[in-house]
Design a protein around this ligand. Sequence first.
Ligand SMILES: C[C@@H](O)[C@H](NC(=O)OP(=O)(O)OC[C@H]1O[C@@H](n2cnc3c(N)ncnc32)[C@H](O)[C@@H]1O)C(=O)O
Ligand SMILES: Nc1ncnc2c1ncn2[C@@H]1O[C@H](COP(=O)(O)OP(=O)(O)OP(=O)(O)O)[C@@H](O)[C@H]1O
Ligand SMILES: [Fe+2]
Length: 573
Amino acid sequence: MRVLGIEGTAWCASAALYDAETDSVLIESDPYEPDSGGIHPREAAEHMSEAIPAVVDRVLTAAEEEHGPDAVDAVAFSRGPGLGPCLRIVGTAARSLAGTLGVPLVGVNHMVAHLEIGRHRSGFDNPVCLNASGANAHLLGYHDGRYRVLGETMDAGVGNAIDKFTRHVGWSHPGGPKVEAAAAEFAAAAGDGEGGGRIADAALLDLPYVVKGMDFSFSGISSAANDAADDGVPVGGICFSLQEHVFAMLTEVSERALSLTGADELVLGGGVAQNDRLREMLATMCEARGADFHAPEPRFLRDNAGMIAVLGAKMAAAGDTVAIPESAVDPNFRPDQVPVTWRDGESVARGRAGGASSGAARDPDADRRGAEATVTVAGSGDDRRVVKRRVEKSYRHPELDRTLRRDRTVAEARLTSEARRAGVPTPLVYDVDLSNATLTLQYVGDRDLATALDERSTKAVGRHLARLHGAGIVHGDPTTRNVRVSPDGVGGGAENGETDPAPETYLIDFGLGYHTGHVEDHAMDLHVFEGSIRATATDPDQLIAAFESGYEAVGEDDVLDRLRDVADRGRYR
Ligand SMILES: C[C@@H](O)[C@H](NC(=O)OP(=O)(O)OC[C@H]1O[C@@H](n2cnc3c(N)ncnc32)[C@H](O)[C@@H]1O)C(=O)O
Ligand SMILES: Nc1ncnc2c1ncn2[C@@H]1O[C@H](COP(=O)(O)OP(=O)(O)OP(=O)(O)O)[C@@H](O)[C@H]1O
Ligand SMILES: [Fe+2]
């Protein structure tokens, strides 16, 4: 099968021919380069209307020269997300070409294409995917017929966050490659100057580092970088620190996603993935965990029609084509809206895909390794305790590493105890060793909630979070792995008139917690918990309903109202 793909969601007018038999991809692209500022939607659309017919013509001519008049078996196009005016031009071109050639039309989700090209090129079975592109940043994992959003930016896409800074200092679009060059030059000048400096020797500015579970935010760091430039801090140093922080955030959430899903493969996609430092950090992180990492070659990372044609061919082979009247574009097309038709019948991750099944048969006292820490169990009976050490992460700058490990150890010790005083079941804190970023905690529960999801436990978590929020604390990372349960217990849950013995349910791992009375922060906690259920449970709705009813019984209604806003906020623009 040969598929002609068309891409034009924002800046890159591109056409490609994918030949499934030889696995070869011909790509012809024509980028839009704004004279000043960022991408102007109207100018971008004007560019598309001129450039799309030209690139399509080049690819079609080459295809027909080689394969004759029946060279193309299907036409695939980017249906969204992207800029509406650009998408409409691409849609019209694709429909008319499919009509002229008399071949089926395939509507491709651009973000899923960024992911699938990595899976295709790596040959990985069931990877977690980090999409690091201009307008987006998210982690996707396949579960049960859909790509689930495991984590995502709460505001700007990663490329846009970087470009915002370069616009501020007057550099032309796109800013990402210029920041990369300036950061590399800054690092090379550090140290003893012989043979170039090392990352560790280059001075790091203190910039906001915001991760919440597997979600993250860039708005604070963009503004802080702009302020630093206004204050006269040399731009090279800002570029270096901007990269070190932003990419460490992406690497950390990727590691958390690997840990939560039990996957051992990571693929990277999107324009920002062309950055060597980002790829280096992800490769280092994966190597340390024994996971495989793959980033496709640059022509498949930045926006391109090759990835559209490759996914288009898989969809067409699965019969997943679209009738012309139903082929409208969708500027807010989310990756989790796409029914994944082309992976039917594949072996799904041999029991690894769902956190719900991973580790069920694990020796409860074996050493564990979370995303951040190693946990060793010591003692026996009521005296059982865990020693939790936040280990060095060699992918990040040593100064950032030290700060994060220390601050989180302090926060965890403090908030675990404060939560307990507020009536939330948590482990007792026996010892804090800041110089080794190590805590000694009471051993609680029999297993992680992730391995034993049930409604009574999620309801108890709802009550616990409501009580925690009532005390002005957010957990920051309330996933099903950070809840411990004793399924046969009789305490903890029998509250509010309920007489049923309910599982004992404890919250652990408060390292990302902090004090706040803001409804938004409280709602974010609920969003993170629900996300971790959706990422791993086959049938999440009942579990989530029970969780919300638990929260409602104890907490404030406005937090649940805000949760709807948080969940509905379309971030794919
Ligand atoms: C919806 C779609 O239109 C959008 N496309 C998009 O954002 O183009 P993409 O090619 O994936 O990414 C462009 C971004 O990638 C950044 N970029 C390119 N090279 C870079 C580098 N070496 N280092 C850092 N960023 C880089 C650019 O600064 C720009 O922000 C998307 O995928 O979000
Ligand atoms: N107090 C405790 N009692 C019993 N088990 C615990 C306790 N603390 C941690 N564990 C076990 O160790 C695992 C990892 O601990 P924790 O979540 O605190 O570390 P982490 O590295 O921050 O993990 P992640 O970032 O993946 O959430 C937990 O999922 C749990 O199984
Ligand atoms: Fe893209």
